[in-house]
Design a binder for this molecule. Structure first.
Ligand code: ADP
Length: 425
């Protein structure tokens, strides 16, 4: 297998978002959880997105993990690697974007790297190197108060220069507007002057296409899902991928019993759980009993085994904000959250033991706990059930074929669970 595009994402949700963007552009895409083992068998795909948890860890560790991911991707023929960062450029002056970029650039012997977190369709634009979040510069946006990576400077040339050992330059919008050759010329000039990274402006979606075309001349780029979209469109335009295959992921039915787990307490999920009662058997867990010990998970599995069959089941820990607050005040927020996540993971493991191969999970952290427990190394990304929530086909699992949907709290319409099961067959 020869990958057209390799991606290294610095967090899981960013990786999912990118994988979904690439799939929507027609690339057959696998998202892996961490750097996959060398013997992972992959279906024929155009792109692999390796999800790391390296955004807010110590820079040296982020560099090591990213280099291991790059080695894996290059080993599968990836000519171009995108280092996927957050579209708000989350990082402190001590890391991690600059050091990872420097290390990957050195490893692949690239002279100059294009950098842009722009994604105009989601309100992230870059002008004269300044990142805007909606109508305001980054340093006036809510990101100025981010608990881990507060952003006090909107000028990315300056931000990156403080993190990188190399020189950082700018390709401005006027140059970009003159087209790919103008951008290529500017990059050659910058590289000739010893500049190793060029922040590039982008204000409109079409700018991403120019950027994608030029980025493919190089071995590495740095950016968010926007540049991923540009790279994907450039690959499709160059005939390097076969467009339009997302439907194939959910195409082949897996069959057998189906189950849903809800650990999210978001407004949307509460509504979705209530609606699911019309079409499936629903068990509401007692959060207090979950925190008390393993009996509640056992009770849930006994209930599941009695109800699994032709129609799907749903097991939910979801409660209203008042109930959540009361539980947290008794046990602490982290302890309560962790206990419930682990109980959900335990239940998921038991369901799979009972033959479930179609699984829908609501809640970001809940999904992470479930995927870790099931030891799923990666997913082939399929068509969207709702905006941002694709059907996933597990790859490299010991249990064989499995279809999943992993939903962050607020995603999906009121009938999300039955919508998901219509595609997860
Ligand atoms: P979302 O995507 O909506 O943020 P997450 O799964 O990421 O959902 O987070 C929900 C958190 O709330 C998890 O840690 C989960 O274990 C916890 N949780 C689930 N049910 C309850 C409950 N009834 N009371 C308190 N915490 C809960």
């Amino acid at each position: 297998m020869k990958l057209s595009l390799g991606c290294i994402a610095d967090d899981y949700t960013g990786a999912s978002d990118l994988a979904n963007t690439l799939t929507r552009q027609g690339l057959r895409t696998v998202q892996t959880i961490g750097v996959p083992p060398d013997d992972l068998t992959l279906p024929e795909v155009d792109a692999v997105v390796v999800s790391l948890k390296s955004r807010s860890i110590e820079a040296g560790l982020a560099v090591d993990r990213s280099r291991a991911a790059e080695k894996w991707l290059r080993g599968r023929g990836a000519g171009h690697v995108l280092f996927k960062i957050c579209s708000t450029f989350d990082s402190t002056d001590a890391g991690n974007i600059g050091p990872v970029m420097d290390a990957l650039r050195a490893d692949c012997g690239e002279k100059i790297v294009l950098v842009t977190p722009a994604f105009p369709e989601t309100g992230r634009t870059v002008y004269q190197g300044n990142l805007f979040v909606g109508a305001v510069p980054l340093n006036e946006s809510p990101l100025k108060d981010h608990p881990l990576n507060p952003m006090h400077d909107s000028n990315l040339v300056r931000v990156l220069a403080r993190q990188s050992r190399g020189k950082v330059g700018l390709v401005d919008l006027a140059t970009l507007a003159r087209g790919v050759d103008a951008v290529r010329g500017r990059l050659a000039d910058l590289a000739g002057g010893g500049v190793g990274a060029a922040v590039i402006d982008a204000v409109f979606d079409r700018d991403l296409e120019t950027i994608g075309r030029v980025a493919l001349d190089h071995r590495l780029s740095v950016g968010a899902s926007g540049i991923g979209l540009g790279l994907a469109r450039a690959l499709v335009a160059a005939g390097k991928v076969t467009s339009g295959s997302a439907g194939a992921v959910s195409g082949a039915a897996v069959g057998g019993p189906a189950a849903c787990l809800a650990g999210s307490c978001s407004q949307a999920t509460l509504q979705q759980v209530a609606n699911a009662e019309k079409s499936m058997a629903v068990l509401r867990l007692d959060p207090e009993r979950i925190v008390a010990g393993p009996d509640e998970a056992r009770r849930a599995l006994a209930w599941a085994n009695a109800h699994l069959g032709d129609s799907p089941i749903l097991i939910a820990s979801s409660s209203t904000p008042d109930q959540v607050a009361a539980l947290q005040s008794r046990h602490g927020r982290d302890a309560a959250g962790h206990a419930i996540e682990q109980a959900m993971a335990e239940i998921a493991e038991g369901l799979v033991r009972s033959g479930v191969r179609r699984l829908v999970v609501a809640g970001g952290e809940t999904s992470g706990a479930v995927v870790d427990r099931l030891r799923i190394p990666g997913f082939l990304v399929g068509e969207e059930i709702a905006a941002g929530v694709p059907v996933l086909r597990a790859v490299g699992t010991a249990t064989g074929e499995m279809l999943l949907a992993l939903k962050s709290g607020n995603f999906g319409g009121p009938d999300f669970f039955s919508d998901a099961l219509r595609l997860i067959r």
